[in-house]
Each structure stands twice: as C-alpha cells, then as structure tokens.
Design a binder for this molecule. Structure first.
Ligand SMILES: Nc1nc2c(c(=O)[nH]1)N[C@H]1C(S)=C(S)[C@@H](COP(=O)(O)OP(=O)(O)OC[C@H]3O[C@@H](n4cnc5c(=O)[nH]c(N)nc54)[C@H](O)[C@@H]3O)O[C@H]1N2
Ligand SMILES: Nc1nc2c(c(=O)[nH]1)N[C@H]1C(S)=C(S)[C@@H](COP(=O)(O)OP(=O)(O)OC[C@H]3O[C@@H](n4cnc5c(=O)[nH]c(N)nc54)[C@H](O)[C@@H]3O)O[C@H]1N2
Ligand code: SF4
Ligand SMILES: [Mo]
Length: 890
C-alpha cells in the first residue's frame, strides 16, 4: 500500500490560524488530522471545530458546474458572460456601476487578484469585503494610533502577560486555542489575572478572576473612565508619552468630562463601583497587560472610538512594545488579515498603499502598468448594498460570503440583488440564501482543494495547501478571476502560472520604494522560487530584518515616529436605538458553528451543541413573561422579526437578549436574526452595530410539533409551521417542526409537504394514525428503503432509533411497525451536547453532579472524558457545575 504523507496546512475557520497536519485517505476524504506541533499559532493544539474538519468535506450540496440562470453551462460560456457583463456595464454606466463583494475566507492570492482587476483595470474602488462587518473599526483604530493597520502584539504576549483583559470577545468559543494558551499560562503562573468584560457570562467569563457584565454598548464609558482614573492616580507613563506619543490636547479633558466619578461610570455601565474600581486597580498595578478585543468592541456604531479608547490607555501607560503587553485586536476569519494586507477594502489600495495619496497611486499604477486606478474610496459594504437597492450599482460579483444572511437588514440586501441586472456568485455550495438571486453561479474550490496563503491575528503568514482533488469542475478563485480578466482583454496583466507567482508580485510590491515607511514589508519573501513557496514556513511581517529587527515595535510611520493618542467621546446613538422595545438585543456566535452554516451545518457532531436558533434570556425576565425553556418565541422590533426557542440562562444580563447569527433561510424558517438589525453603522469605519438593537419577545402558540427525518434536505420557505434542520449521522437531516396554525388534515398536509422528496413513480407511502395518543406518522419509501419519515404528535419517537432504520435496504414488516411505535422523546427537551469531542451531553454531566455534588471540572474530565481533549467546553462544564451545585463561581 502506498503511504500517503501528511500535508501541512492551516485551519479554515477562525483567525487564530492553527497549523494542521492532514493525511488524505486517497478517496476524497481525510484519513487523519492533527494540530501541527511546529506551527507558532497552536503548537499542535486544536479546538473541536478544527478536529471535526473531516466531517465537513461532504460533497452533498456542492456546486458542480457553472450555472447561468439555473441552467448548467460550460466554464467558457459563463466566464465570457461575466466578462462581457462587467465590461459593458462599465462602458454604459461608468466604473462606479460595478462592484465586487469579497471575503476574509478567500486566500491572499485570490484577494490580491480580485482587487487588482477591479481597482487596477476596471477602474472602480467598489470592492469591499465582509471584513467590513468584522474588522473595520479595528483598522481605523490602528491607523489613527500607529499610522498603519498594525496589530502590535503576538500570541506569545498572551502567555507573557500578568493581566489579560478580554473585552467583547468570547475567546473560549471563537478563538478556543488562544484561550487554551491563556489558560495553560495561568496554570503555570498562579499570579496571572484574567478580567472579562462582556454583558453575558460567557464560557470565557466563566474562567475569569473578575467578570464585568456591563450594559451592552457602554464600553466607551468604561475605557474613558480608565484613562481618567490613570490620570487621577498619577499612573500615566509621562516618559513614554513624551518620547513616543503625540497626544491630542483634548483627549484627557474629554475623558474626564465624560467619565466623571467612579459612581458615574458605574451608573453608565450598569456595574457596581467596586467591580470597576477592582478592574482599574488591577490595570494600574500591572505593567504587563494585554487587552484582547473583538466584535463586542468592533461591531458598534462607535466601534472606531471604542478601539481608540482601548489603545489610548495602553499608549498612556506605555503598555506596548514589550513582552506581555499591548492592545490586541483578534481577527475573525482565517484570512481577514490577508484581506487587509492586500487592500481588498473600498478604502485602501493594496499592500498598505493609500487610495487618497497621489504618490501611492503613482507607485501602484506604475507597478500594475495601468492608468485606471480610482482616486477616491469606493462604497463600503452596507452602502454598497444600498447602492444596489437604489439601482446605482448594476453588476456585482460576490465571492466567499453569504450577504443575505450576514449583512444587517437582509431585506434591503435582497432588494439590491433582485434589482441588480448582473449578480455573479462564486461559492463551493450550490444553494445559499444569496445564491437564489444569482444570475451566474461559479463553482469555487474550497479548503483542502486550493493553494495559497493566509494571515492570522498576529500577522503570521502561513501556507494553505491542497490535499484533495477539486470537486467536479470547481476552480480556484484566483483562476476564475484571472480567466475573466483575460476575457476582458487584460491578459498581459493576468497571466500567472499559479499562486506562487501572484504571491511574489504582491510581496515585491510591499518592498517597492518602501524604505521603512510601510510596515507591511515582505522583502524576505519577495523572491520565493516555486519550490520555496511550496515549502514556505509560517512567517510574521514586517519580514525585513534590516529595517525591522524582530521582537521590537517598528518606528510608526507618523511624524517623528510617534504614535497618536486620539481624543474620543461618546456620540448620540442612532434613532434605531430609541428604546421603544424593552430588551437590549445582542448577537454573536456559538461554539461549534461557523457563520451561515454552509460548513459546520453538515457535521452531525458540530450540530449537537446548538441545534436550532435560540434566544437567550435571563430567568427572571423569562418568568415575568411566563416563558419556559425550549418554548418558541417571536423576537421582534420595528425592523423585523424572527423565531427562536427560549434558552433560559443565568449568564444573560437582565433586560438583555442574545441571538446566534448562524441560522439562514436554508437551515430554519424565520431563524435569521439580522432581520432585527438595521443598516446603522459606525460613520468612520462603516462597520455595522450588530451587537446593539432593541427588541421584544413574545411566546408563540404552538399548535403541534413534529419531526421529519430525510435523506435529502427540503427547500422549504416560510409556511404554516416553523422548522429548523440539523445534520444527523448516516447522511440524514432531522427537521424539528412546530405548527403555527392548527393542522386540518394530517395525512394530506404531510404528503403535500414531502412531495418534493418523491422520486417519480417508485416512491410509496405508509401512514399511521393513533388518534387516541394524538399521534400521526408517515414514511416515504423507495424500493422498500426509507427516504423520509414524518411524525406529528405530543410525544415523538427517539430520532436515533428511527434514523437507524434508514440503514436498512428493505424494511421488514416488523421494522415498518417499529417506525411508529414506542419512544417518547420530546424534541424541545433534547439535551445539548456539551463536549463535542467525547459526545457528552448536559444531562450526563448534571446526572454525574447529582450523584456526587463535589465533582470538579477535572473530575468530570477523568470520569466522563468531557473537556479533556480540546478543552473548549471547560467553561460550560464549570457553568453547569456551578448551577447544579447551587453556587456562582468566582
Ligand atoms: N465558533 C465560532 N468561532 C468563530 C466564528 C464563528 O462563526 N463560530 N467566526 C469567526 C469570526 S469571523 C469572528 S469575527 C470572530 C468573532 O469572535 P467574537 O467577537 O468573540 O464573537 P461574538 O460572539 O460575535 O461576540 C463576542 C462577544 O461580544 C459580546 N458583546 C456584545 N455586546 C457587547 C458590548 O457592548 N460590550 C462588550 N464588551 N461585549 C459585548 C457578546 O456578548 C459576545 O460574547 O469569531 C471567529 N470565530
Ligand atoms: N447578527 C450578526 N451578523 C453578523 C455578525 C454578527 O456578529 N452578528 N458577524 C459578521 C462577521 S464578523 C462576519 S465575518 C460575517 C460572516 O458572514 P459570511 O461571510 O456571509 O459567512 P459565511 O457563512 O462564512 O460565508 C462564506 C461563504 O463562502 C463560501 N466559501 C467558503 N470557502 C470558499 C472559497 O474558498 N471560495 C469561495 N468563493 N467561497 C467560499 C461558503 O460556502 C459560504 O457560502 O457575518 C457578519 N454578520
Ligand atoms: S482555534 Fe479552532 S477554529 Fe480556530 S483556527 Fe484553531 S482549530 Fe481552527
Ligand atoms: Mo468576522
């Protein structure tokens, strides 16, 4: 047997950028996968999502061939139509009428080419990335403070810090390996402290020495208060300020005026004075402090100012540039940082060259040999979709993102796509919420099939390598872009032999006329030969030893090399936040799902932790509204409404709600939380305020409940029942159904709903009615084997038992009977899987504590094996233990 050696690559999920060693099985799958012990991001560690990657390679649902208006076409025809469509739109309406909407899930080489084609050759600056929804406020904060989009920290700093402040980041779920590195460092250094600032008691907060559950949207007060507190206690680093920082004269006065006394800060943040004083005292006393922040800070109407307020306290105390200190913005997507580097944002050129600087435009125009570079920024994501809806943009190419789920106000985005005469979508997946509105769909290769590079949160560039053959006719994004560019007549500038050549061009551009002015300098990588690129090891920029010696901060590209302490103060909120609705609504992520579910949604293991849309609510709020756990609720406000099941949690702040962002129309009816969010965004960064809206919740009358098991997913949209679907073992889908109206005729209705699953003549039905127990069931078979089963009733059968019958090639008479008898699993009371690695449920953990109330997290690990592999669930286990043992944890 031929031995297949492991391929070194990186995980396609979060911006931690973990290295992987993947051994393919030679049949389109993965034989083994483990963390790369030599990768600086993870040193061999992985989280549950990374470990389950093999399960997400399913070819079901992949787009095999290009489609034009839903009809299969050749690549030749599709590429020509894209090229002609964009060119003729530019000729007729000007370059402003075309746009690309791209993604931090593209590789750097894809990103670079997309940007080169649109800005360099079509002359439009309307290329923006979903990173606008994710990192734009951090970019503004960095540029204000450092003169460049530079993250002044590395993961090592997290281990070297004596105090880590995590603010607006659920690191335990969203960057689990980083939290694990922090946890391991804390286990070795007992003096190390962790403060978590988040309205919710998240799994991250569960590990903290101090948790500040502040009122959503009040961070600016907290951080201005800290700056003022540092000044009052003479804890500013005057020497550092004098030597290294240009201070806006208004900065301290504004902080003092806004923050006022500790009591005022406490009032603004909805926290106790003691807890704020404790945090401020820890900060004052601990030089080695890292502040780690993410979407709770960035995704706000005042996101840029919040980022500045955080950076300011580090500048004011000189807490940056040495081991274990600095303001550290986490990137979300695997290549969010790469997109920022190559400038696939409407506000930048590329390689940190600025669109509004004529000298930078000259340099790039000469390098690309073009005369068409735009002189002004293009439209940022939210405005871009407004322009589509207004009919201003007439051709758009969407790559690697699902805007009808992830943008705020998806109705507007949908209107935009419906109105736009040419919508092109490159995606590996055939059916997404967005692809329904595509005129041309192009099958893109995905992780495992493509080659290129990504950059993670600590500016480390790593290779992503292919280990699988491409699926069907799918092509790499760079290749698709190049072929379109060639058909537009730009073949001389788009004739790359592969990603290595694109990377070289980009790296050389970073070095061109640089002389230390641009921190993004890849001189050391500018001449990589094909083989060197193939073998490339992870590398952090600036990668130019002569100008930027390692392990020290570079000289800032600002007057006298000084950083800037920027004056910020709160602005009035947008009219959307007028408080007419009683709850503050917050949205974000769950541990085991990724974004719009196109990947993790196909993994049974990853679907067990959170299997359907839920709304988290505090127990007292729930009891006031007579809401019980698992009940279907309508969450609504002036913008729209959605349905989700109640999840009652003491970790939720009173008066606050939390909704996961993941469920799309493809995975649930009315489960999309962005219907509740308006397009309101930070005026400087353009980043939407996904973490702040007002809403109300009301229980929905549930007329009946049902469970459908099927081999093929159904493309249902809204109907007289609510549904959500979840992947099950055995390549099955399980749909949970809740009737929103009484059911007139069980059998007639059910057959109607399942009709799309019928395979021409060969399908047959079995019905079952037990009117005594108010239970109806039906099964759809083909040649004796099950295609689907539907149960409706007060109690429903055990899905595992039913799904086992799908493995039978032909059901016996007894098995047919077994389909409809026994079992009484009630869907809504289903126990969540807490440990995805070992498949341990919440119920199992509760039972263990019930029999031995003194159990610790470590003992749960030893007995149940929960939390002892990737460790991502340790915070949740701690939470369950605390609740079961009737105490709050530290
Ligand atoms: N499991 C998983 N991991 C992921 C992703 C995923 O989809 N799933 N996506 C990746 C991507 S692209 C991103 S951007 C990152 C995001 O990573 P995170 O930013 O960690 O994730 P979120 O859940 O969006 O939000 C973080 C926290 O902000 C808190 N928050 C809300 N409002 C406020 C506020 O006003 N102040 C403060 N201080 N906190 C607030 C929320 O309660 C939430 O716990 O995750 C990456 N990793
Ligand atoms: N309410 C709310 N909304 C949010 C957020 C929030 O916190 N709350 N967070 C926002 C943030 S931070 C982010 S990053 C966005 C994420 O939102 P999206 O970017 O819309 O989410 P994904 O599901 O990751 O979409 C990626 C798409 O790219 C496809 N894809 C994967 N690999 C490739 C590839 O190599 N090439 C191509 N062409 N396609 C590929 C996938 O199949 C999928 O359809 O959501 C934003 N929306
Ligand atoms: S922390 Fe998990 S999801 Fe993020 S890169 Fe590492 S393995 Fe992947
Ligand atoms: Mo993100």
């Amino acid at each position: 047997m031929v031995k297949i050696s492991p391929v070194r690559t990186t995980c396609p999920y979060c911006g931690t950028g973990c290295g992987l060693l993947v051994t393919p099985d030679g049949q389109g799958g993965i034989a083994s996968l483990r963390g790369d012990p030599d990768h600086p991001a993870n040193h061999g560690l992985l989280c549950g999502k990374g470990m389950a990657l093999a399960e997400t390679l399913s070819m079901d649902g992949r787009l095999k061939q290009p489609l034009i208006h839903g009809r299969q076409s050749s690549w030749e025809e599709a590429l020509q139509q894209v090229a002609d469509g964009f060119l003729s739109t530019v000729q007729k309406y000007g370059a402003e009428a075309v746009a690309f909407y791209v993604s931090g899930q593209l590789l750097t080489e894809d990103y670079y080419l997309a940007n080169k084609l649109l800005k360099g050759f079509l002359g439009s600056a309307n290329i923006d990335s979903n990173s606008r929804l994710c990192m734009a406020s951090a970019v503004v904060g960095h540029k204000r403070a450092f003169g460049a989009d530079f993250v002044p920290c590395s993961y090592r700093d997290l281990e070297e810090a004596d105090l880590t402040v995590i603010v607006g980041s659920n690191t335990a779920w969203c960057h689990p390996v980083l939290l694990r590195r922090i946890r391991m460092a804390r286990q070795k250094g007992a003096h190390k402290r962790l403060v978590v600032i988040d309205p919710r008691r998240t799994a991250t907060a569960e590990e903290a020495d101090l948790h500040l559950p502040l009122r959503a949207g009040s961070d600016l007060s907290l951080w201005l208060g800290l700056l003022h507190d540092l000044q009052r206690h003479q804890a500013l680093n005057q020497e550092y300020l004098q030597q290294h920082v240009a201070v806006d004269p208004e900065a301290f006065a504004l902080a003092a005026a806004h923050a006022g006394t500790l009591a005022q800060v406490a009032e603004q943040c909805g926290l106790s004075e003691e807890s704020i004083a404790a945090f401020y005292a820890l900060f004052r006393a601990t030089p080695r402090t890292v502040t780690l922040f993410s979407q709770g800070i960035n995704q706000s109407e005042q996101g840029s100012d919040q980022v500045s307020a955080i950076i300011n306290v580090h500048l004011a105390t000189g807490r940056l540039g040495q081991p274990g200190m600095g303001p550290f913005s986490l990137t979300g997507q695997p290549n969010a940082m790469g997109g920022r580097e190559v400038g696939a944002l409407a506000t930048h050129l590329t390689a940190h060259l600025e669109i509004e600087r004529s000298e930078d435009r000259r340099l790039l125009a000469e390098y690309w040999q073009t005369t068409r570079l735009p002189k002004a920024p293009g439209r940022k994501a939210v405005d871009l979709f407004q322009d589509l809806a207004d009919g201003v943009i007439k051709a758009i190419w969407i790559m690697g993102t699902n805007p009808l789920v992830s943008l705020p106000n998806p109705e507007l985005a949908q209107k935009g796509l419906q109105r736009c005469p040419l919508v092109v979508i490159s995606d590996p997946v055939a059916h997404t919420d967005s692809s329904r509105f595509a005129h041309i769909q192009l099958p893109a290769q995905t992780w495992g099939e493509k080659e290129g590079t990504v950059s993670n949160s600590e500016r480390c560039i790593s290779r992503q390598r292919a280990f699988l053959p491409p699926y069907g006719d799918a092509r790499a994004d760079w290749q698709i872009i190049q072929e379109v560019a060639q058909r537009m007549g730009f073949a001389d500038s788009f004739c790359y032999t592969g990603p290595a050549e694109i990377f070289r061009e980009y790296a050389q551009l970073t070095a061109l006329e640089n002389h230390g002015q641009r921190l993004l300098d890849l001189t050391a990588l500018a001449d990589l030969a094909e083989e060197e690129y193939a073998q490339m090891s992870p590398c952090t920029w600036p990668a130019n030893e002569s100008l930027h010696p390692h392990h020290s901060l570079p000289r800032w590209p600002l007057p006298e090399g000084r950083a800037r302490l920027w004056a910020v103060a709160p602005r009035p909120r947008s009219p959307q936040a007028d408080g007419k609705y009683p709850f503050l609504l917050n949205t974000g992520r769950v541990r085991d799902h990724w974004h719009t579910l196109t990947r993790t949604g196909v993994s049974p293991r990853l679907s067990k932790h959170s299997s359907a849309p839920f709304v988290e609510i505090h127990p007292q709020d729930a009891s006031q509204l007579a809401i019980h756990s698992g009940q279907l609720l309508r969450v609504a406000n002036q913008q729209g409404s959605m349905l989700a099941k109640a999840r009652i949690s003491e970790g939720q702040r009173r008066g606050h709600l939390f909704l996961p962002m993941h469920w799309s129309h493809s995975f649930a009816s009315q489960g999309k939380c962005n219907h509740l969010l308006s397009s309101w965004h930070d005026p400087v960064s353009g980043q939407p305020g996904f973490k702040f809206a007002y809403a109300e919740v009301t229980p929905v009358t549930e007329y009946w409940q049902g469970m459908l098991l099927t081999r093929q997913p159904l493309q249902w949209h809204n109907g007289p029942f609510y549904w959500s679907r979840q992947a099950l073992e055995g390549s099955l889908w399980m749909y949970g159904l809740i009737g929103l109206e009484p059911l007139a005729s069980w059998s007639e209705q059910s057959r109607h709903w399942l009709q799309p699953l019928c395979k021409e003549q060969e399908s047959s039905w079995i019905d079952f009615v037990d009117s005594g127990r108010q239970h109806y069931g039906c099964a759809l078979l083909q040649e004796g084997a099950l295609l689907a089963t539907l149960h409706i009733g007060e109690t429903l059968p055990d899905p595992q038992r039913c799904s086992a019958l799908f493995a039978e090639r032909e059901l016996s008479a007894q098995q047919r009977l077994a389909l409809f008898s026994g079992g009484s699993a009630v869907l809504v009371a289903e126990s969540r899987t807490i440990c995805a690695c070992s498949g341990v449920t919440e119920e199992q953990i509760r039972k263990a504590v019930a029999s031995d109330p003194s159990l610790s997290v470590a003992q749960i690990g030893a007995t149940l094996k929960a939390g002892s592999f990737c460790g991502s669930c340790q915070g949740e286990i701690k939470q369950i233990l605390a609740q079961s043992q009737g105490r709050r944890c530290a």
